[in-house]
Structure formats: structure tokens, C-alpha cells
Design a protein around this ligand. Structure first.
Ligand SMILES: [Ca+2]
Length: 565
């Protein structure tokens, strides 16, 4: 680990040298950057000496460095965040009241609505009239780089190391997180939502009634694409809905918005291609998936499924609602979605709990069962600006660190016991909802008066166990199937990572044309408008659109990410 860090440091120094050399004409900014770096280095040394000398120091001015309240005399800070449509007034939310009681830290709130938030945020940050605390402010990686370099967003990493045991524990347990939130200049300007749950892979739900009819047990579902194909043929040909008509849609997929990517994203993985565009393989090599040889094998399979009417024939045009309507008519055999009800129509929760998940599949070119999962990281949920003094920064870092504890992560998402949830009488380690009696649903109460962590990403660390902490038969079934059929085989296709401004500019130059070309041709191969004899020409077309430089740029960003690990 130490050696790895040393290598990373050397690499960083080398890269800095080459950056300075490369932009020799830009002396002013690089030297000021250099001196900033120096001064932060020296203050780091001083402060670490200080803390090692004073050892048991527990307070700094008004701030208690341990325990609660965090500040002795109450303070009030300005906060800006995006108000979601479901939100009530932030100043009336229970979450902030509880935090205030515990910490003595209060806020005034500036919460423009989600639709205009981006504009208001930019206006604030560019005019100098911004809040001390940016909470749920959806700071993109580009914004973190830009406003961090301007000194508006404060670097948080030294405070994390000194005052944030919960965040450090998260870094330790989830080693991807720290490099993913570290900007290319080495600073952490914003904290993320980190959410690792057993439900990180999208499920393909299978029609349990049809399996019963065909005498297939859920535990005997196929584990490779050939077995999958055979089952789909039976769904198509054996009238499993029993109406005497050949009206079954074995695999109903919908993608009016995404031009097919929703399906490719899931099914290409069965062929070892983790994404149609950028993904990283186990050896740390970046691919543009459609350039892989296996992509052709995958698309030949998709074409077979489409031409044999196993895939819905409207897969490029109909919407999620259209697909659900066909499910309600009893025509759907399988489909990808969060819950069975969206594929098969509304049903009782007990019934829904009986639907199995199709396992991750293998294929002749990819002998290991494979499916994909997301990164679990949402960027830019908490930042502090240069309107905070040193004491305020320490206090707020202690405040936000609590949200990464198990208790704090639960509090910010669900609020305190007795409002929308209580412990289950069946099993006191599990929770169940208290359903409101005034006509609102649970989410409306949660976002209305309990917490802004409803339709808005906020700083917290959702543990693997959180989703499982509910006394809910459907949820428990979904977790059990995911743990059995998906989670042992899922791969993260790409870590969450920063691009430098230069890298972003290169990527922006190629991304749209490549995507349009890829999607347009992909659909033609699937529906049979283009012969697979033309595949090589298609690959040459991607090369002509700059795919090799596109890949190299991501490789550079990935290598930097990996060196920070
Ligand atoms: Ca039928």
C-alpha cells in the first residue's frame, strides 16, 4: 500500500513537471498554483505537528472536537440546495431540527426549485453572492474542478483526515470512493452520496406463471445465453398464457428514449462487453465496447432474438408504459425493470414476491456469468465555500461526518422512529412503514416534512444492510434473488472518475458524433437493415470518428484514478 502511494506520488510529481513544461507560456497561473500548493503543504505540516503536540486537544474556540454539541454557542450558517418538487420548506424539516438540537448548528436556507437550480447556482457562484454550505447542490465534476481552482470551494481532505472518522471508515471499506471524489489537482472539493446495496444490478424478471405452466422451476433458470434462448422459444411457441393465440412477447424491452442502449447496456455484458461505449476490463484497459470483437457476437445474438420475435418488435419505439400495458394483458414473458409490477402489471405484494430473476448469463465467448452494476457514487452533494472561517469548516465537517455513520445515514433518509417507520413486531431488527392516513403516500410525507433526502442526492453512506432492514416480503425476495443470481457475477463497468479540463474537451469533441453513429448502426444490425458483412466497415467508421483518441483520453483519466487508489 505504502509503495503504491509512493509510486502514485512520484507519478503525480512527474505529471506536474510535464504540465508546467507543457504550458510554459502560462507562467502566472502555474506559479501561483505552485505557491498555493506549497503553502497548503506547509500548513499541513504545521497543523499535524500541532495536533501531535497537543495530543488530547478537544476544542478549538467555539468548536468541540469530540462529542456533542459540536459548537458550544449556537451558530447559524447560510445553506444553498436544490428543492425537489416533493419537498416542503427546508426550514420546517424534522431532519434539520434534530441535527440542530444535537449540534447547535442552524441554517438559513436558499432553496431554488430543481428546474431553475442549475441557473441559480451558477449565478450565485459567478457573482460572489453564494452560501457557506452547499448541500444537495448537485455540483458536477466540471464545477468542482472550476470553482475549486478559483478558491470558492474549499479543499476538504485535510479536515476529513482529522475530523471525520465515519468518512475515513467509508474510504477504508470502499477504496474506490476516495479516488473517485479527488479532483485532478489532488483536492477533495465535494462529498458524495455513497450507496452500496444488494440491488445494484438491474434485474430481468421472469414470468412465474409461465414457468409453472411449462414446468420450469425458478431455481432451474438458465445460466447461459443458449439456455436463455431455448426458454424464450418455449415462451413464444407453447402458449404459456393459455389463450390459444401466439401473442406472447418473450422478452419485452422498451427504449424509446435511449435508442436501444437500455438493452445493450444489460445484455452485452453476457458476451464480456461491459458497455457499448467506455468500460474498463479486469486488467485496467479501457475499451469502447462496440469496437470489441465480442460486440459483433452480441449483436448477432440480438438480431436473432429480434428476427425470431423473441424481443418485442417495438423495442426502439414504445415506452415503458406501453410495455407495462402489454404485461397487464398477460403477454410479457420477461423484462428488465426495478420491480415485476412494471413488467407484468400491478399485483399484490405477496404475488410479486414469487417472481424470480434471470441469472447473469455466460456465452461461448464469455465463459463466466456476467452482469453489470453502477458505481454507487453520486458526486457533488456537499461542499463548503470560502465564506466559511476555519472554525466553521471544522464544525461543518463534524456535522456532515455524522451523516456517514450508520445512524446518521438512516436519519437523513428515513427520519426518526415513529414518523414514517417503526420497528417490526415480527422482528425487532427490521423496520416497517407507518402509512399516512391523510391520503398522502410515504414519500410525500418523507419529502414534505421529514428530510430533503427525497428526490435529491445528499451526503450519506448507505450500507449493504440498509435495503435489507425492511420487513417487506417483496423486498426480501428481491434481495435474495439478487444475492443468488446477480451479485456474485456483477462487475462495475467504470469507476466514477474525474477528467481534467483538457481531457473533457477532447471527449466532448468526439462523444456526440460517435454516439449517434453507433446507435444508428446498432439498430440497423438488430432489425436486419444492415448485414453483418458490413460490421468491419462499421468499425472503420468509428475509427474515422476518432474513437481511438476517445479511448486514449479515458485511459489517461482511468490511470490517474487508479494511481490514487
Ligand atoms: Ca398465447
Amino acid at each position: 500500500m505504502k509503495a503504491k502511494k509512493l509510486v502514485a506520488l512520484l507519478l503525480a510529481v512527474l505529471m506536474m513537471v510535464s504540465v508546467f513544461a507543457a504550458c510554459g507560456g502560462n507562467n502566472e497561473s502555474s506559479s501561483s498554483q505552485e505557491s498555493k500548493q506549497e503553502s497548503s503543504e506547509s500548513s499541513k505540516e504545521e497543523s499535524s505537528e500541532e495536533s501531535s503536540e497537543s495530543g488530547g486537544e478537544t476544542e478549538a474556540g467555539n468548536v468541540n472536537l469530540e462529542g456533542y454539541p459540536i459548537v458550544k454557542e449556537p451558530i447559524t450558517l447560510s445553506m444553498m440546495g436544490a428543492r425537489a418538487g416533493i419537498h416542503g420548506d427546508w426550514d420546517k424539516m424534522e431532519f434539520f431540527d434534530i441535527m440542530s438540537e444535537m449540534t447547535n448548528i442552524n441554517f438559513t436556507y436558499d432553496t431554488p426549485s430543481g428546474e431553475v437550480f442549475q441557473e441559480k447556482k451558477n449565478l450565485a457562484l459567478n457573482s460572489g453572492n453564494y452560501a457557506q454550505v452547499l448541500f444537495g447542490s448537485q455540483l458536477t465534476r466540471e464545477e468542482q474542478v472550476k470553482f475549486g481552482a478559483q478558491g470558492i470551494l474549499l479543499p476538504l481532505e485535510e479536515y476529513i483526515d482529522k475530523y471525520c472518522p465515519n468518512i475515513l471508515a467509508m474510504f477504508e471499506e470502499k477504496p474506490d470512493v476516495r479516488p473517485s471524489i479527488t479532483a485532478p489537482d489532488g483536492h477533495i472539493y465535494s462529498l458524495p452520496t455513497v450507496s452500496y446495496s444488494p440491488l445494484m444490478s438491474t434485474a430481468m424478471w421472469v414470468n412465474i406463471d409461465w414457468l409453472d405452466k411449462l414446468g420450469v422451476k425458478p431455481e432451474d433458470l438458465p445460466t447461459d445465453v443458449d439456455g436463455f434462448y431455448d426458454l424464450m422459444v418455449r415462451f413464444r411457441d407453447e402458449d404459456p398464457n393459455g389463450n390459444g393465440e401466439k401473442d406472447e412477447i418473450p422478452l419485452n424491452v422498451f427504449d424509446d428514449a435511449d435508442k436501444g442502449d437500455g438493452i445493450y447496456n444489460q445484455m452485452m455484458a453476457y458476451f464480456g462487453v461491459l458497455r457499448p461505449e467506455i468500460y474498463v476490463d479486469d486488467g485496467g484497459k479501457i475499451h469502447y465496447g462496440m469496437m470489441d470483437e465480442n460486440a459483433k457476437v452480441a449483436f448477432e445474438f440480438f438480431h436473432k432474438l429480434y428476427s425470431e420475435k423473441i424481443l418485442s418488435q417495438e423495442m426502439y419505439s414504445h415506452s415503458a408504459a406501453d410495455a407495462t400495458a402489454e404485461g397487464t394483458e398477460g403477454r410479457n414473458g420477461a423484462g428488465y425493470h426495478a420491480l415485476p409490477r412494471f413488467i407484468f402489471g400491478n399485483m399484490e405484494m405477496e404475488k410479486e414476491a414469487t417472481y424470480p430473476i434471470m441469472p447473469a448469463l455466460s456465452s461461448s465467448v464469455n465463459p463466466e456469468q456476467t452482469c453489470i452494476r453502477g458505481t454507487g457514487i453520486t458526486q457533488g452533494t456537499f461542499s463548503l465555500t470560502d465564506k466559511c472561517d476555519e472554525e466553521t469548516v471544522i464544525a461543518m465537517m463534524r456535522w456532515v461526518d455524522y451523516l456517514y455513520s450508520e445512524e446518521g445515514s438512516w436519519l437523513i433518509h428515513y427520519g426518526p422512529e415513529g414518523h414514517i417507520w417503526e420497528y417490526s413486531e415480527n422482528d425487532p431488527t427490521l423496520h416497517k412503514y407507518i402509512f399516512p392516513t391523510d391520503g398522502r403516500n410515504v414519500e410525500e410525507v418523507r419529502g414534505g416534512e421529514i428530510t430533503p433526502d427525497c428526490g435529491l442526492a445528499l451526503p450519506k453512506w448507505v450500507r449493504d444492510s440498509t435495503e435489507g432492514a425492511w420487513d417487506d416480503v417483496q423486498q426480501q425476495a428481491r434481495i435474495a434473488w439478487s444475492d443468488k443470481s446477480l451479485n456474485p457475477y456483477n462487475k462495475q463497468y467504470l469507476p466514477d472518475m474525474f477528467l481534467t479540463e483538457e481531457e473533457q474537451a477532447v471527449v466532448d469533441m468526439y462523444a456526440t458524433d460517435l454516439k449517434n453513429y453507433r446507435q444508428e448502426n446498432s439498430a440497423k444490425f438488430v432489425v436486419g437493415d444492415k448485414s453483418f458483412d458490413e460490421w468491419d466497415a462499421f468499425v472503420d467508421g468509428m475509427k474515422a470518428l476518432g474513437v481511438e483518441e476517445y479511448i486514449a483520453t479515458y485511459q489517461q483519466a482511468y490511470d490517474r484514478w487508479a494511481s490514487n487508489k
